[in-house]
Unconditional design. Structure first.
Lengths: 280, 280
């Protein structure tokens, strides 16, 4: 049976492109927001969901982090990284390059900042809700417009491609996580993601938690703080470490951590992305 | 002489409102982006600049963090927090509440999510570059439109206010930093912000750095990671601690940290925001 995967839409987003690379034969259910992708998985409408979690230039995607913090039914089942390539396109019948407006998602505009400053220094930039929506906005615009989006969106919407790969940094890549209602089995090269918070600002509380990993020589891939929704100055820490939560040492570290924190949620253990093995 | 402060524009943004609260008599120079506020200060066009650095719901503002990491001329001179209140407004002559489009900045739309789901479940949401631009977009729209923005923007643009304080969480607040070409003097209740990175992923490297603070009972206000622009998986850690960099213990900790890291930049020491003393 063909699996159905919930994905951030509309058609032509990077997440859709990512899903096609990850699971070429899956059915794709397009959802309007990251939160609704999470809800579809959490409510068992689909088995899996794919959302972006981090971009090498733009940083973390707050909506995805909050989804994991807030929904106890959601786990990370897998992760993968795809390079992001931005395509500048214009409406099929636009003559010349006298573009008045360039539409894109604010993160995409930011990722092409130097290119735009050099080639379109005075052109108005207009924010769209996604790169796919930008291509739509370009089509609906009454003035000579361009959009920055995926190559796929240019093809879907039969737009004229002006330039490909206009991103400022060639190492622009996005990490996606595959959400499910359970995490993954031990493979030997795993990663575990979790979050912790503390009752009050005790000096050294975070240091104590990280110490549990240093003690066992467990590599931390990432530490990040998110403000709690209660107040500025109170944080939840999101931590990625190497290894599986059922590995003896990680399991011991987690038990010790549980006693040092007021809140601990393990988002799951899953195979660590290996850039040399693109198709898992 | 009246000071001029560079501020994220256009007129009617929260940053403008914040600047008026922080320095009621200052001249305001409106800049189009956060990066251009930083450049105005760095190039000595203005002495001070004000940019948002963190929101209690939306998290950090990546553009501000990158500005501090990248520009060695910029320092944090001060900080302050203001509560964010969102106002829903419509064009003066729009009849009834049959709104087809609601414009706002994506972060503002996210902060009013529950309100919008309850009162405007099927209304199209369109992203604008700022809440002030949203009010402009509402005015230029050819269909019955509304916008979410500041109370001040509603007044400036003579819009009809539908509802005030529509944000989902009453503790919604934004922290702003005042940028200058030097940091601030010791006041006794200070905060120091800095960033570090490491040559390679050595287990315990971050733990070691945090240990310098735990050793001296220095409270850490915040730890956050930002991906470096080189690749996913390599991070710069941004840390806030209590105290001034010229305090004996912090100065000693910084000297020890310098030896443990491949990159250390101190963004500055400045008076810690005191919510009980609104006008410093």
């Amino acid at each position: 049976m063909t699996k159905t995967i919930s994905v951030l839409g509309p058609s032509g987003t990077f997440t859709e492109e990512a899903c096609i690379r990850y699971a070429p034969s899956a059915n794709i259910a397009l959802c309007p927001t990251i939160t609704s992708v999470g809800a579809a998985v959490s409510n068992s409408e689909t088995e899996l969901g794919i959302v972006p979690i981090e971009n090498s230039l733009g940083g973390s995607v707050p909506e995805t982090l909050d989804l994991l913090i807030d929904d106890p039914n959601l786990f990370i089942y897998d992760e993968f990284v795809i390079p992001i390539s931005h395509t500048l396109m214009k409406k099929k019948d636009t003559v010349g390059t006298d573009i008045e407006i360039i539409f894109s998602h604010p993160q995409a505009l930011a990722q092409c900042k130097l290119f735009l400053e050099k080639h379109f220094p005075t052109t108005q930039q207009v924010a769209s809700l996604s790169t796919a929506a930008a291509v739509q906005d370009m089509h609906n615009s009454s003035v000579a417009s361009a959009a920055i989006g995926t190559h796929r969106a240019a093809v879907i919407h039969q737009a004229d491609i002006i330039t490909e790969n206009i991103q400022d940094n060639s190492s622009n890549a996005t990490r996606f996580v595959v959400l499910a209602r359970q995490d993954n089995k031990i493979t030997g090269t795993d990663k575990t993601s979790f979050c912790v918070s503390f009752n009050e600002d005790t000096p050294g509380a975070l240091h104590d938690v990280l110490g549990e990993f240093a003690k066992h020589d467990i590599n931390l891939a990432k530490v990040e703080s998110r403000p709690t929704k209660e107040s500025l100055g109170k944080y939840i820490f999101l931590i990625d470490c190497e290894g599986h939560r059922n590995d003896k040492e990680i399991s011991a570290a987690m038990n010790n951590i549980r006693e040092k924190t007021s809140f601990l949620r393990i988002f799951g253990s899953y195979p660590r992305w290996d850039p040399h093995k693109e198709n898992k």
